[in-house]
Design a protein around this ligand. Structure first.
Ligand code: SAM
Length: 283
């Protein structure tokens, strides 16, 4: 298919399922990804799971510096040796597990990954909640997850509200599963997530998590139960904030939740309600 595919084969690599190793083997998609990430000569990149370096090599042509964290020791030393031989000087490979530690990055970095899908939610949450958020996140993620993150009312979900609280997500492209080796079960998407300056807000996530606790029920019922408040009170608050009192959580926009959270905060309502703990984010 492409040169990186023959490289994978000749290196005798046996992909490790336990590490979610599905290598990108289509050079057109590699270029598409790097174009979507708009990498320029001042960019410092954190790459998670470089594997054999398909994205790393292409990004190294344009970026100032790449810091890439790879858990698989054999792949990380293979890539280090290969890049040295090729004379690539702006890539630092760290052998490590991102679940344990992400490297300290200078302000204004970009985070990119074709990482195992089981790491994606963790990484998005970790990066969006971090004090030093990247200026952009560009990830391959499962197509269905990308669509869920980019959902709009009346099809919102907890993940979409949570990501949209912190950032603007957009799908740059859909990518066929045939572009990876071995072939994963599902197609992928390239998602670009551009964080805002907003900080984590426990009250916002308390409301949203309570609101989505039973997605088929009306949001007024869920909030009433979660916040231990009379349903009539909740319905009145929804109305005051321009929200249909019979709506389900999926019909509310992020702005609706922000308005509700502001209202609850001003009126000091949640503290008085002896609330159950919903405060961790929905990511
Ligand atoms: N980026 C390469 C590509 O596009 O071909 C490899 C992609 S493969 C889907 C995921 C990579 O993440 C593998 O190289 C795997 O070893 C690495 N990885 C898996 N778990 C990791 C972890 N916890 N920390 C760092 N790297 C990890």
């Amino acid at each position: 298919m492409s040169s990186s595919f023959s490289t994978v084969k000749t290196q005798g690599i046996i992909p490790k399922k336990s590490l979610g190793q599905n290598f990108l083997i289509d050079q057109n998609i590699v270029r598409k990804f790097v174009r979507a990430a708009k990498i320029g000569k001042n960019d410092v990149i954190l790459e998670i799971g470089p594997g054999l370096g398909a994205l790393t090599r292409e990004m190294a042509l344009y970026a100032k510096k790449i810091v890439a964290v790879e858990k698989d020791e054999s792949l990380s030393s293979l890539l280090k040796d290969a890049l040295k031989k090729e004379g690539v000087k702006n890539v630092e490979i760290i052998t490590g597990d991102v679940l344990k530690k992400l490297p300290e990055m200078k302000k204004g970095y970009k985070a990119v990954a074709n990482a195992p899908y089981y790491l994606i939610s963790f990484l998005i949450r970790k990066l969006l909640e971090s004090e030093n958020k990247p200026k952009q996140i560009v990830f391959f993620i499962q197509k269905e997850m990308a669509k869920r993150i980019c959902a709009k009312p009346p099809e919102m979900n907890l993940l979409a509200v949570s990501v949209n609280f912190y950032a603007k997500p957009e799908i740059a492209a859909f990518v066929s599963k045939n572009c990876f080796w071995p072939k994963p079960k599902t197609d992928s998407a390239i998602i670009i997530i551009t964080p805002f300056k907003r900080k984590k807000d426990d009250l916002f996530f308390t409301l949203v998590k309570a609101g989505f606790s039973h997605p088929r029920k009306q949001v007024a019922n869920n909030l009433s139960k979660g916040l231990k408040m009379e349903k009539e009170n909740i319905e009145a608050i929804l109305k005051k904030n321009g929200i249909n009192s019979k709506a389900r959580a999926q019909e509310l926009s992020v702005d609706d939740w922000l308005n509700l959270s502001l209202y609850f905060s001003k009126e000091n309502i949640v503290k008085e309600s002896g609330l159950r703990d919903f405060s961790t984010s929905g990511l």
